[in-house]
Design a protein around this ligand. Sequence first.
Ligand code: NAP
Length: 244
Amino acid sequence: MDRVALVTGASRGIGRAIALELAEEGYAVCVNYLEHRQQAEEVAETIRRRGGSAMAVQADVADRASVAAMVRETETALGPVTLLVNNAGIAGQIQFQDITDEQWHRYLSVNLGGARNTIQAVLPHMLHVKAGSIVNISSIWGLRGASCEVAYACTKAALIGLTRSLALELAPSQIRVNCVAPGVINTDMVQVLGQETLCQLAEETPLGRLGTPEDVAHAVVFLASDKASFLTGQVLGADGGFIV
Ligand code: NAP
């Protein structure tokens, strides 16, 4: 069976690294993005230049119809999705009492609803062939909790719950569902914290540095691989020992 990966939020940061690493492993890759078309096209073009197959597809993961259209487009061009990586996510710092309805619903609909939308769109084929793998990107903050990031941390904790429950539901169909919980990874997302806080977080990390997008991508590649064929419902920390 051809291996086809859909990586959400793959124009930048962790998703970009996951898309590039999966292409090196022989996957044809759908590089999903929300706004940064040029960066997503560059990721797809890099993969093609290296001899792989890839396409960039715009879709807001919070929008079920767009996600369904993206999956149809991917299936037509690359083949049915055999690996789904739910990486797209948004974060932000705000005190709990100040979160508006709009912000609260956006966190839930992108970080959690996005995973639901993509999974439901790729599942019919996976269920039909009784094979497939899903990897959700959670966070250490979903395991530990994070002050001033309550909405974000809630969605990341919920992704762990989704991973474990869905792993049980889909195990009879031989579809594996796992999760990576990254530590502090040096991407655009964390730059709002400022250099001083990032240095402190690197010091708080037992391995003494921030993670790279590739550190997370390697964990995803492992969970997706046959070497992890007996692993489902697992949460793999790619966090330099932050949570032990
Ligand atoms: P990032 O640099 O901010 O990149 C976010 C990516 O998600 C971009 O490709 C963006 O697309 C895409 N995206 C955002 N909203 C989307 C939507 N509604 N639909 C489709 N795509 C959307 O973030 P990152 O640091 O790489 O984080 C990736 C994932 O890892 C997130 O789920 C994040 O919560 C998680 N994580 C990150 C860290 C960290 O320290 N960086 C730690 C733990 C977990 P555009 O480029 O088009 O905007």
